[in-house]
Structure formats: structure tokens, C-alpha cells
Ligand binder design. Structure first.
Ligand SMILES: N[C@@H](CCC(=O)N[C@@H](CS)C(=O)NCC(=O)O)C(=O)O
Length: 212
């Protein structure tokens, strides 16, 4: 039976799960939900995720939300092509970096996105934008120290890469959509982004509305 993957275009958390599904070469169907159309607030969706967020997967009797829990489940349930890492030390470090993305990089990023990507052009609060950019810069310096431009843990992609890359891609997109208000990635994180984008399964996971 195939997994059903509910996602929203451009959600970094959904993107993490999508990269993991592809990495593990699992069969899955996608359900693209529209934030604007209120798909996440519909009763049938709230029954799967009362927090009204993407991603969700359905696998047999299991309905699961929270991206990190989903990735953990996929590796437990389908151990082939592990995505968390190969040995206990790699697994611990991969989980730690993924947790750091969620806990520390996402917070200022979400504030920058709110003032640049999700408001009419030029209407974001300049002080809020400046503060968020400063905090993102500090966080990026930390993540930059984790990479030489290749994978974050070991010699292949893991959950650490699949957590960090989508957040970096969104951060980069701010400068494209709101020139002058974005953040420049440090060189090693730029190289890291190229490493992930070179993965054979990467192109399939690009947010659909970014291709237009
Ligand atoms: N901790 C959650 C975060 C999920 C989340 O924040 N999803 C956002 C999109 S990035 C969402 O669905 N927001 C609902 C909305 O904007 O209406 C996870 O890891 O899955």
C-alpha cells in the first residue's frame, strides 16, 4: 500500500518529508493543499492534524503529523536506505542538527518570511525585517560551521541535510521576491545548497509554485 503525503507548496517542513520519501524510494501519492483556499482548516484535514499544518502522512492505519516524527517513522517502518544516519553517533548528530533548524533557524526565518513573502511588496515592517535578518545571520554562521559545502553528517544525505536545505532555500527566496530584504548565505552554505540540489531526486521536490 502506498503512503499518502499531504503538503503545501513551499512549506520547509513538508519539503523535509518529501526529500526523505524520495531518498528512501518509497511509493507515495501526493495531495497538494492550498493554504489560501483554507484546505488545512477543513474538517477532514483537521481530523488528521488538529493543528491545521502540513505535512501529514497517512500510511495504512497511521495518520501522522509533525515532520520530524514522520521522518523518524519512515526510517523505523522502512529501514532500507536510512535517512537518519548509519551509526549511533551520526544518527545523534543528524537529529541534533535537524532539531536546531526547527528550534533556532526557523524562528527568525518565519518572522522574515511574514514581513516579506506573505505581505504585499514593500509593506513589511522595516524594524522587524532588520531584527529578523540579524538573527538569521547569526544562526547561519552556526550552521556554516557544520559544513565544508558537502553533506552535514557522513558521506551521504541525511535528515540533517533535508531539514536545513528547505529553510535555506526559503531564506534565499526572500532576496528574489523582496530584493534588498533578504539574507546572503555564507559561501559554505551556498555550496551545501548546490550539493543538495545536485541529488537525483531533488528536482521532483521543488515546490510547485516556484516553477511558475
Ligand atoms: N512543527 C511542525 C511545523 C509545521 C508548520 O509550521 N507548517 C506550516 C507551513 S511551513 C503550516 O502548515 N502552516 C499553516 C498555515 O500557514 O495555515 C512540523 O514540523 O511539521
Amino acid at each position: 500500500m502506498s503512503i499518502t503525503f499531504y503538503y503545501g507548496s513551499g512549506s520547509p517542513f513538508a519539503w523535509k518529508v518529501w526529500l526523505a520519501l524520495e531518498h528512501k524510494e518509497l511509493p507515495y501519492d501526493t495531495k497538494l493543499l492550498s493554504f489560501q483556499a483554507g484546505d488545512l482548516k477543513k474538517p477532514e484535514y483537521l481530523a488528521m492534524n488538529p493543528r491545521a499544518q502540513v505535512p501529514v502522512i497517512v500510511d495504512g492505519d497511521l495518520q501522522l503529523f509533525e515532520a520530524s516524527a514522520i521522518v523518524e517513522y519512515l526510517d523505523d517502518r522502512y529501514p532500507g536506505r536510512p535517512v537518519i544516519g548509519r551509526d549511533p553517533m551520526q544518527r545523534a548528530i543528524g537529529r541534533r542538527i535537524a532539531a536546531e533548524v526547527d528550534a533556532y533557524l526557523f524562528q527568525p526565518s518565519r518572522r522574515l518570511f511574514a514581513q516579506t513573502l506573505f505581505v504585499p511588496p514593500g509593506t513589511g515592517n522595516p524594524e522587524e525585517i532588520a531584527a529578523a535578518r540579524g538573527e538569521i545571520d547569526k544562526e547561519l554562521a552556526r550552521f556554516d560551521a557544520y559544513t565544508t559545502g558537502g553533506y552535514l553528517v557522513g558521506d551521504g544525505p541525511t535528515v540533517a541535510d533535508y531539514a536545513l536545505y528547505p529553510m535555506l532555500a526559503l531564506i534565499r527566496r526572500v532576496e528574489v521576491r523582496a530584493p534588498g530584504q533578504g539574507v546572503t548565505l555564507p559561501p559554505k552554505l551556498e555550496a551545501f545548497s548546490r550539493t543538495i540540489e545536485a541529488l537525483p531526486h531533488f528536482a521532483k521536490t521543488i515546490p510547485p509554485h516556484w516553477k511558475n
